[in-house]
Design a protein around this ligand. Structure first.
Ligand SMILES: [Zn+2]
Length: 104
């Protein structure tokens, strides 16, 4: 049996408004929202590991592709490494020139 939360009078199950005080009756519909909140909490609790799993899956798929891209760019770097070698040689030549200048 339900009771009015305002005046405490006994209410019929189908009663929507308390006949004694006229306040809207909060019947089984109000406590039914709590399991929904629990359901949301359960869904969140389940979806977080699933989301983490998918993040790991996506990273496992994307990271090898990035490694492939890095290896592809490393071949380009090997082509451009001759230029960097030239620049490093120029730096070493400049360093020897500076050393000679400071020695004098
Ligand atoms: Zn009442």
């Amino acid at each position: 049996m339900a009771f009015c939360q305002n005046c405490g009078k006994e209410l019929n199950p189908n009663q929507v408004v308390c006949l004694n005080c006229g306040v809207a009756v909060k019947t089984a519909q109000a406590p039914a929202k709590k399991p929904n909140g629990c359901l949301i909490a359960i869904i969140v609790a389940i979806s977080i590991p699933i989301a983490l799993f998918f993040i790991g899956l996506v990273s496992a798929i994307i990271l090898p592709q990035q490694e492939v891209a890095q290896t592809q760019s490393s071949t380009k770097q090997s082509v451009s490494s001759s230029k960097t070698n030239n620049s490093s040689r120029q730096k070493s030549i400049l360093a020897t020139i500076v050393d000679n200048a400071t020695q004098k």
